[in-house]
Design a protein around this ligand. Structure first.
Ligand SMILES: [Zn+2]
Length: 379
């Protein structure tokens, strides 16, 4: 995740913090010190409330980390390598490098996170019971951790992907139907429904509660869940449709090319304007040299177009992603997720043999789906 920095390593797993988490740390400290703590536990100084707020926010961070470590340890024990854990504004993410191989593995991996949160919550309630009425500074901290961990456990058990409860639901549907693809579709559709409920709740709170910030917060969580559920659903559809399909089977074998040694003026007059192009691949001899786009041309002052060869203004091939015809479509798709990458050149021995673009992929997907090529395959 961009904007993250590494804070250490636990049992061989790198732990990263995203900058958004620091914002939440400050926000939580201030809101606890100015609202919840003084109203529940009177009689401390402002600085004490701030320190208590800060410690509570840090311990919430530790709780989230324990939740993620639980996911990661179970994943690793089931043969799924864990790349790292990132803590960010909405909690944490364990980046596990493989999808689970069985519904049982998925069930345990998903369930153990909320279980740990609920256990921490229960433990804090127990400790709170011991110190209750003692006017100890532990009281507000334990109270906060008890409430947040129980809420964290319950929230994560909501049965919609990408929440843990969505993974639990997916593992159950997968076990019953024996079809991981169908199970993912069910869990992500429920996930989208839950996301819309959060957004609706956010809108309602925004207009009808005395703290409109709550509404914004719920809406924000809903939006985050919605985009995660949608992209998981799309990914699983792509994975299943293109399982076992190579780039060479679906690529467009007739990409638009221009020679590297012509001038930009000639490129514009003879290729881009007459053919309405926005980009073209550039050939140096029979080798792919790079890609030239409208914006690369615009970066060169117009009076220099006649003297500037295309090869000088293009994006060189070593700064681009390329695919090979034998590569599986599933492996090539992640190379196209960057924001400006609409087409992926397909290269064999340095020569351009085709191009993979979004239109080609969507068309191939529609054809395969309407012919029923995706049925019964498990990604
Ligand atoms: Zn979790």
């Amino acid at each position: 995740m961009p904007g993250s920095f590494r804070i250490g390593k636990i049992a061989g797993i790198d732990i990263y913090i995203h900058v958004s988490w620091l914002i939440i740390l400050v926000f939580l400290t201030i809101s606890l010190a100015s609202g919840w703590f003084p109203s529940l536990y009177q009689g401390y100084s402002t600085s004490t409330y701030l320190v208590l707020g800060f410690i509570s926010a840090l311990l919430l961070f530790v709780s989230v980390l324990l939740h993620e470590l639980a996911h990661s340890f179970v994943a690793r024990s089931r043969g799924m390598p864990v790349k790292n854990i990132v803590l960010f504004i909405f909690g944490g993410v364990s980046n596990i490098e493989q999808e689970p191989h069985s519904p049982g593995a998925e069930f345990f991996m998903a369930f153990v996170g909320p279980l740990v949160s609920l256990l921490i919550g229960a433990l804090c309630y127990g400790l709170l019971f011991l110190v209750r009425g003692s006017h100890s500074v532990l009281e507000p901290i334990l109270m906060y951790l008890a409430v947040t961990n129980v809420l964290l456990g319950i929230f994560n058990l909501l049965p919609g992907f990408p929440l843990d409860g969505g993974r639990v639901l997916r593992s159950i549907v997968w076990k019953i139907t024996g079809n991981q693809f169908r199970a993912t579709q069910v869990a992500t559709v429920v996930g989208q429904a839950i996301a819309y409920l959060f957004i609706l709740l956010g809108v309602w709170l925004f207009f009808f509660s005395h703290n409109p910030f709550d509404g914004i917060w719920f809406g924000f969580i809903g939006w985050f869940l919605l985009s995660a559920a949608q992209s998981a659903r799309m990914q699983s559809t792509l994975d299943t449709t293109f399982s076992g399909v190579t780039v060479g089977q679906i690529m467009n074998t007739n990409p638009m090319t221009v020679p590297a040694n012509i001038s930009l003026q000639k490129l514009v007059d003879e290729y881009f304007i007459p053919q309405g192009l926005r980009s073209a691949f550039v050939l140096q001899g029979d080798q792919l040299g790079g890609l030239i786009t409208l914006s690369d041309i615009r970066h060169v002052p117009r009076e220099e177009w006649a003297q500037t060869p295309v090869g000088l203004a293009m994006i060189s091939v070593d700064r681009m992603h390329t695919a090979s015809p034998e590569q599986s479509v599933k492996d090539a798709l992640p190379l196209m997720t960057g924001k400006d990458v609409n087409q992926l050149p397909v290269v064999k021995d340095g020569r351009l043999v085709g191009v993979l673009n979004r239109d080609t992929i969507i068309r191939a997907m529609q054809v395969r789906q309407s012919l029923g090529q995706d049925k019964g395959k498990v990604a």
